[in-house]
Design a binder for this molecule. Structure first.
Ligand code: ADP
Ligand code: ASP
Ligand code: MG
Length: 439
């Protein structure tokens, strides 16, 4: 079994959808996981924002524009009478759902928001399935809401996913091609939910792990993981191979091509993940797998924005033990992960990317000493295999950044990453300089 996930741009026009219908017809059994058409989830997010603000007229206007887009899309894609009827039914059903909430905003809560956000993937998979049917390409439609589930902590429940999905697949022994939605799931309460923005990659790897797939393919609009962010740096190049650890660091520290959690389920069952380009299917892309004979090289650089740095200065820290534990417990109690940490004799600096509980955290930290906060920080993360004997890597990184104020440095936590914290306003400059110096 192979898993093939196609992102928003890969299904974003009728021509691209026709093209992926070709791509999925190679021999072998597969599960095809689709995102919403490009732009759809953003529009759905806007609609929910209007509904939260009681602006139902604006929400309805956006729903109507979106519907026109889908009408044109399906008119171009589907040619047969049956196909056109199917499209009308699909659009009726899902746009009716959107309008129901828009017309009853008094009852608008997170639950309704999540239902709205789920419509994009429902639409794309149903439209694609209708197109395959029209082309006489046999496929089975699976609703991700049957098997994709998160538990009490909001984390995917892989045991449930594995049991339910395998059972469902067993019911179709003849089927070679399954179609399902990325991103959407049911939560512990049984309500519709999602795996956060960009979550279709994560769906694909969870499905791959559940089915012990031989390979997970992530098809997108670029030929693999590049050695820096192509939106910021010119002349970046695809990296042919990455270890699971390297790919996980890059995804976690901001490489948008992969949802941050994608690697873990694949790595757990040692399933290779390939990043491929729908617009250039013959390109090699990037293969992420267990690398045993890794060469000590710098592979790629990523950056993560919206980081908050917190410094706690305390003379009570001097020669004291147990101080860090007390600090960490505060973050733990607010379920706020720490990304970077540096310490000195009298101060500790750390970073978080989720500042939802910042005020409460600061109030508790102030019991220990003086607290300073810096907003709008970015972590720039250089990823590769830095074996200890490989001298000079850190020197090269700092040489490249010598004109940029560096707030924190982290090296040695793993052999895969050197991270620095800088002000976000310096980020583009830092990425360009690092690319010039390191590649
Ligand atoms: P999809 O809709 O297929 O999920 P995304 O937009 O989520 O696609 O991810 C692909 C985009 O990620 C690329 O178009 C590129 O601009 C961006 N990106 C950021 N960093 C990198 C990187 N290091 N390598 C490749 N692409 C990257
Ligand atoms: N459609 C969702 C989003 O735009 C999920 C995804 O594309 O991966 O975030
Ligand atoms: Mg994506």
């Amino acid at each position: 079994m192979k898993i093939l996930k196609f992102g928003g741009t890969s299904v974003g026009t009728p021509d691209r959808m026709k093209q992926i219908a070709q791509l999925v017809q190679t021999p072998g059994r597969k599960v095809v996981v689709l995102s919403a058409l490009s732009g759809t989830t953003n529009t759905l997010v806007e609609i929910t924002e209007y509904l939260y603000q009681n602006q139902s007229e604006l929400a309805i206007k956006h729903i109507s524009t979106l519907k026109t887009h889908y009408e044109q899309f399906t008119k171009t894609l589907l040619q047969s009478e049956i196909g056109k009827q199917k499209a009308t039914q699909i659009l009726e059903e899902h746009f009716k759902t959107l309008l129901v909430f828009a017309n009853d905003i008094d009852a608008f809560t997170e639950k309704e928001e999540k239902i709205i956000l789920a419509q994009g993937e429902m639409l794309s998979t149903k439209i694609f399935h209708a197109y395959l049917e029209e082309q006489n390409i046999k496929s089975t439609f699976l609703s991700a809401l049957h098997f994709m589930k998160t538990g009490e902590e909001g984390e995917p429940d892989l045991n449930f996913i594995e049991a339910t999905l395998n059972q469902e697949i067993k019911e179709y022994p003849e089927t070679m091609l399954f179609i399902t939605q990325g991103y959407i799931c049911l939560n512990a309460a049984g309500s519709i939910d999602n795996l956060k923005r960009g979550g279709s990659d994560y769906s694909a790897s969870l499905i791959g792990a559940a089915l012990r797939a031989e390979e997970i393919q992530i098809w997108t609009d670029i030929d693999g993981m590049h050695n820096s962010d192509p939106r910021i740096v010119k002349n970046t190049k695809p990296v042919a191979e990455l270890s699971f650890e390297e790919a996980a660091e890059l995804a976690y520290f901001g490489a948008k091509i992969l949802h941050p959690a994608t690697i873990h389920p694949a790595q757990q069952y040692n399933i290779p993940v390939r990043l491929l380009n729908t617009m250039q299917p013959e390109a090699l892309g990037t293969t992420i797998k267990e690398l045993t004979d890794a060469q000590p090289v710098i592979k790629s650089i990523a950056a993560k924005d919206q980081i908050t740095a917190i410094k706690i200065k305390s003379t009570r820290m001097l020669m004291a033990y147990g101080f860090l534990r007390k600090i960490f417990e505060i973050f733990e109690s607010y379920k706020t992960p720490i990304d970077m940490i540096t310490t000195s004799e009298v101060a500790v600096s750390l970073t978080i990317d989720n500042d939802a509980h910042l005020a409460e955290i600061v109030a508790e930290l102030e019991k220990f000493g003086n607290v300073e906060i810096d907003h709008e920080q970015s972590i720039v993360c250089v990823v590769g295999d830095f074996v200890a004997e490989q001298l000079g890597t850190a020197a090269q990184v700092f040489d490249a950044l010598k004109s940029i104020p560096v707030r924190m440095i982290s090296f040695g936590g793993s052999r895969h990453n050197i991270s620095v914290l800088i002000s976000t306003k310096d980020k583009n400059d830092a990425l360009v300089r690092l690319h010039q110096r390191l590649f």
